[in-house]
Ligand binder design. Structure first.
Ligand code: IMP
Ligand code: MG
Length: 184
């Protein structure tokens, strides 16, 4: 159950969250990212690859701020069973497209340890794309654990759990227009 009150604290299941980024904050940042990507790839028909489920909201806004031809694809990833440090990821849906020679723009909602993106980029590299560019809406401070290059970052945040704008807590909160963080 999701409850909202006048102080803007919201409750999702058992937890309380407070606003971190408003819809307007996000819109301005996404516009800037779209402009940067247009400058880089506006005439290159890039393929946006959005990682489900969390990144679908960000991706849908981002592609509409991109000017030029582009294609869009979605992948769903699953973690192999294993320890945090060795667990790779497996593509369970998507990536049917031929990536050979394509400019691929990977769209992620949030990078925490970087584990998901690190392993996914390794998979992409095997498909010999022309380039791989990474875009994440949010980056947490632990993002250095796995070696990845993040080319475009929406916001750097502290290491606190967040929901909204595609991100969920136990399945809820994806439909919130802004991003909320766990109340301390
Ligand atoms: P990483 O593989 O450690 O970088 O974790 C990235 C994934 O963990 C994201 O794609 C999210 O699905 C999930 N995640 C990490 N932090 C949060 C958070 O604060 N809220 C919701 N999901 C998160
Ligand atoms: Mg994700």
């Amino acid at each position: 159950m999701m409850e909202q009150n006048s102080t803007e604290t919201i409750k999702i299941r058992d937890l309380f969250f407070v606003p971190l980024f408003t819809e307007a904050d996000i819109r301005a940042r996404v516009q800037a990212l779209g402009t940067a990507l247009t400058e880089q790839f506006g005439d290159k028909n890039p393929l946006f690859v959005s990682i489900l489920s969390g990144a679908f909201v960000f991706a849908s806004d981002l592609i509409r701020r991109f000017e030029g031809d582009c294609e869009v694809s979605f992948v769903k990833l699953a973690s192999y069973a294993g320890t945090q440090s060795t667990g790779a990821v497996q593509v369970v849906m998507g990536l049917e497209k031929d990536l050979h020679g394509r400019h691929v723009i990977v769209v992620e909602d949030i990078v925490d340890t970087g584990r998901t993106l690190h392993h996914f980029i390794e998979l992409l590299q095997d498909k010999s794309p022309a380039s791989i560019t990474t875009v994440t809406l949010l980056r947490k401070p632990d993002a250095v654990v796995f070696p990845i290059t993040l080319d475009h970052i929406g916001f750097d945040i502290t290491d606190r759990f967040v929901v909204g704008y595609g991100l969920d807590y136990d399945g809820l909160g994806r439909n919130l227009p802004g991003v909320y963080q766990l109340k301390s």
